[in-house]
Structure formats: C-alpha cells, structure tokens
Design a protein around this ligand. Structure first.
Ligand SMILES: [Zn+2]
Ligand SMILES: [Zn+2]
Length: 117
C-alpha cells in the first residue's frame, strides 16, 4: 500500500519479514522521494548523521529523497530541524520494530527521539 508523499505515515505498518540489507524504513524506494513522493532522481539520506552515520548505514536507517527535500528547499531535511527529527523518529520506530529495544537504540545512537513529543 503506497501513500506516496506522506511525511507522517500511518502507524499501522505491519511487520514485514524482510531482510534489511538495505533500508529498513517501510515505503522507502529508490527513485521515489520518501517525503514528497516525487519520482525520479533521488539521493540517499542517512537519517542519523555525523558520528551516527555508520550506524545508520549498518542498520539500514536510510531513505531516498529528491534533491529539494534532501538539501535545497526550506523543508529540506538538512535545513529543517523539524523534518529531520520527524525522520529520526520514524527511524527509531523502525529500529525498535525490527532491530532491537529502545535501550539498544539509545545506546547506539546516544539519544531517544521518541521522548520529546
Ligand atoms: Zn521530495
Ligand atoms: Zn542527507
């Protein structure tokens, strides 16, 4: 089921039995922007950057974004803190659903993104 372009996906994503060698984020598809749903050229974004970038890679916490949503527009994830945090929350939920406990997440990424709502 595709809800292209929804920044806040429905919570009802059922557990999929899927190997996560790539992204573990549901609905994440190459050639479609995770945020706006636009198809075409996309860039791979690591949900947690700098020191945590390698863990983003390791756990598949990446999404494909169009250049606007990634870098250039006002709501681009690298320019807009709210958008960034929204993705980080989505990432943490995916981690907790598929990879490990909240404790493990916080231990790995150094922060609990689901607490500050
Ligand atoms: Zn986009
Ligand atoms: Zn990025």
């Amino acid at each position: 089921m595709k809800q292209g372009g929804l920044l806040f996906p429905k919570e009802s994503t059922r557990k999929k039995r899927k190997k996560h060698h790539k992204s573990i984020i549901d609905r994440d598809m190459k050639n479609q922007c995770f945020i706006c749903g636009k198809t075409g050229y996309t860039e791979r974004h690591h949900i947690y950057g700098s020191a945590n970038r390698k863990y983003s890679e390791q756990y598949g916490l990446t999404v494909y974004l169009c250049p606007e949503c990634h870098r250039t527009s006002d709501i681009a994830v690298h320019r807009n803190k709210e958008v960034r945090i929204t993705l980080q929350r989505i990432g943490q939920r995916a981690f907790e659903e598929k990879c490990g406990s909240r404790e493990q997440f916080v231990k790995t990424f150094g922060k609990n993104y689901l607490e500050e709502e």
